[in-house]
Design a protein around this ligand. Structure first.
Ligand code: ADP
Ligand code: ADP
Length: 223
């Protein structure tokens, strides 16, 4: 369980991007729904310990994340919205490289982990192709494979369905739902159907605040 309590974050420009956010996030697919600028990315960056909140607390399975950020990062998979340039290197080589960085230093263990992830994300057939040549949906799935290296307890994905066609979107959401059977998956989106289709729980974010929290159908009905 991920527990957020009274989180606040104000940027130097005075924007109060996270305003008294408290949430209980269990294992499963959890949706953060809100329009652009609502504060979804800010909250996700704070949870991922990429920035420090002004006040409040974060506990993952009882561990105080703000006091032990390194322990959190070892158990975290984080996929930002625009996760960078796509090199002319194959998915297989790239994943192997990231696996080393994640601490999978033993060759056999690494090979096994990378191959399992390529199968899980349906990229096995395309594993030898340059990631630069991938479609948007394939890139997202590659990003998720990368985020899953090291068997994280918590996976954070920022607007993963943006720009995907309906087929690719469904594939991606189904993949995330399967991952959510075992780990905490936080998915941000501005598309209502992304959360109503597959998320077990959700929060609606507006101007940095949690407006509603609960099961998607019930939460949406209050709007
Ligand atoms: P969302 O992910 O929902 O689009 P963001 O968390 O990116 O929302 O942004 C919330 C608000 O905080 C916006 O007004 C945005 O401009 C502002 N903001 C985000 N990041 C920064 C930053 N690093 N410095 C200043 N303001 C920021
Ligand atoms: P997203 O669309 O995922 O919410 P943004 O485009 O808002 O992301 O932010 C991308 C980057 O720009 C982030 O590092 C964020 O901190 C920064 N940023 C966003 N808004 C502002 C702002 N108003 N002033 C300064 N930096 C910002």
């Amino acid at each position: 369980m991920l527990l957020l309590r009274h989180l606040h974050k104000t940027y130097d420009n005075g924007v109060h991007a996270t305003n008294d956010v408290s949430l209980d996030i269990p294992t499963g697919l959890f949706g953060l729904l809100g329009p652009n600028g609502a504060g979804k990315s800010s909250l996700m960056r704070t949870i991922a310990t990429l920035q420090t909140p002004d006040s409040g607390s974060i506990h993952l399975d009882g561990v105080d994340v703000l006091r032990a950020p390194l322990a959190l990062r070892r158990r975290l998979g984080y996929l930002p919205q625009d996760f960078g340039v796509y090199p002319k290197v194959s998915a297989l080589e790239l994943l192997d490289h990231f696996a080393v960085l994640k601490g999978l230093t033993r060759r056999g263990e690494r090979k096994e982990a990378v191959e399992a992830l390529l199968h899980q994300t349906n990229l096995w057939e395309a594993r030898k192709r340059a990631v630069a040549s991938y479609s948007g949906g394939m890139r997202q799935r590659f990003g998720i494979a990368q985020a899953l290296l090291g068997a994280p307890r918590l996976v954070i994905v920022d607007e993963p369905t943006a720009g995907l066609d309906p087929d690719e979107r469904n594939r991606l959401l189904n993949l995330l739902a399967r991952i959510g059977e075992k780990v905490i998956v936080i998915l941000s989106t501005h598309i209502v159907e992304d959360v109503t289709d597959l998320c077990a729980r959700m929060a609606i974010i507006g101007k940095g605040r949690v407006l509603v929290e609960g099961e998607p159908q019930a939460a949406i009905a209050t709007l």
